[in-house]
Design a protein around this ligand. Structure first.
Ligand code: ADP
Ligand code: MG
Length: 407
């Protein structure tokens, strides 16, 4: 099937095709991990970055590694890459040198002194004010540290920052293995899924995800909505939502989606029953509601058991499932059942399964199902923007793959 091959080809130059032997590579990775008591609380992103680091080391390159970490407002020891470098070194079984800053004379000297296979980790890129402004001078200073650039930071690819976009204008720029795989997996679902395509959306913010619904209305066979998101839809339908989480902007978006859904070939499913709580609290009084009009003084905190069974059945029939956003406030056990049911259905589904979103992955992991899906996307915002059909600046700037006879 030629179309299928075409839409699965990535189009950008891959680190696999770069000549790296004896060269210094500036590698932008996504090492933005949660920290706890001075250590790394969740090393998923560090592990996801290892294949490209190892490929480069095996290929005889030296590596200048850069990432952001959290949202510091300038240099701040609480956001130092120190603990990340330490853990990375343990995982690699090799020393990771740590730079005292992002750029500057001392960093340049350390970079110049690297021999093949060595890794130098720069400080948190957001210690530099120019990072998020995509300052051309910072981009140039970063580029001066290396001979070529590899972007493996899919989770930051939707941001045009100095280390994700600006720097790529100054060096031969390649895609890392993770970024390549992410784009390939998500693009395949977006453009060329096995049918039927079932899109499951939940979580807290409709406004973040309405672009995805817009993209899939008329394209996906079924769109299943849960999480706090469904209350914007119920409000738009004129129902009672009690104290449920409803965004004003979300209601506006939901109204538009409902209007479009009527004339489309997609089935947009909303919950038919709910689990309610008095407060957003694990110890609160709870009740089940066979229906969706939330009484005064209650809030909807999970989809009900009939909805969970219905969604699970549809997921089991899917050729492809794309899931983003928990079905309820799953962090609290009384409101976890809907998300658990969907997670189990996705894990057991015979179709191709792709999951995105930090909290959705945390939910999968908490049910012990992290490895039971075909692809778990490390990029929350980036994966949503890609699914919406937006161009990711950190991908667009990479050099194009060389045309070959085989395409
Ligand atoms: P993801 O990170 O997977 O994209 P979101 O960040 O959009 O997901 O949403 C996750 C959050 O949504 C979770 O913290 C969960 O507690 C919350 N949530 C889900 N359903 C509800 C609900 N009915 N009421 C309040 N919060 C909810
Ligand atoms: Mg989230």
């Amino acid at each position: 099937m030629p179309e299928r091959t075409a839409s699965r080809s990535f189009g950008k130059a891959s680190v696999r095709d770069a000549e790296v032997d004896g060269r210094r590579v500036l590698l932008r990775a996504d090492l933005n991990v949660p920290l706890q008591r001075g250590g790394v609380a969740d090393e998923t992103r560090i592990r996801a970055s290892l294949p490209t680091i190892e490929l480069l080391r095996d290929g005889g390159a030296s590596i200048v590694l850069v990432s952001h970490l959290g949202r510091p407002k300038g240099p701040d020891p609480d956001f130092s890459m120190g603990p990340v470098g330490k853990r990375l070194g343990e995982l690699l079984g090799a020393e990771v040198k740590q730079a005292p800053a992002v750029v500057g004379d001392e960093v340049l000297e350390m970079a110049s002194g690297l021999s093949a296979g060595e890794v130098l980790l720069l400080e948190n890129s957001r210690f530099e004010a120019g990072e998020t402004k995509n300052d051309p001078e910072l981009a140039k200073d970063l580029a001066d540290l290396a001979d070529l650039y590899v972007n493996d930071a899919f989770g930051s690819a939707h941001r045009a920052h100095a280390s994700t976009e600006g720097v790529a204008h100054h060096l031969p720029a390649y895609a890392g293995l993770l970024l390549e795989r992410e784009v390939t997996e998500l693009t395949a679902v977006r453009d060329d899924p096995e049918r039927p395509l079932v899109v499951v959306l939940g979580g807290a913010k409709v406004t973040d995800k309405v672009g995805v619904i817009d993209r899939f209305l008329g394209f996906a066979e079924e769109i299943l909505v849960g999480g706090a998101m469904c209350f914007s839809f119920f409000k738009a339908e004129g129902r009672d939502t009690g104290n449920s989480l409803v965004e004003d902007q979300g209601v506006e978006s939901a109204t538009g989606v409902l209007a479009d859904a009527g004339g489309s070939d997609s089935m947009l499913e909303l919950p038919e029953d709910l689990v309610l709580g008095k407060e957003f609290d694990a110890e609160t009084e709870i009740r089940e509601l066979n229906g969706v009009d939330v009484p005064e003084g209650w809030m909807g905190l999970d989809i009900g058991s009939n909805t969970a069974a219905n969604y699970s059945k549809r997921i089991a029939r899917a050729g492809t499932v794309f899931w983003n956003g928990p079905m309820g406030a799953f962090e609290m056990e009384p409101f976890a059942a809907g998300t658990r049911a969907v997670a189990e259905a996705v894990a057991a589904a015979p179709g191709h399964t792709v999951v995105g979103g930090g909290d959705s992955l945390a939910a999968l992991a908490s049910f012990g199902l992290a490895d039971a899906v075909d692809w778990a996307s490390t990029g929350g915002g980036a994966s949503l923007e890609l699914m919406e059909g937006k161009e990711l600046p950190g991908v667009a700037v990479l050099q194009d793959a060389k045309e070959t006879a085989n395409g």
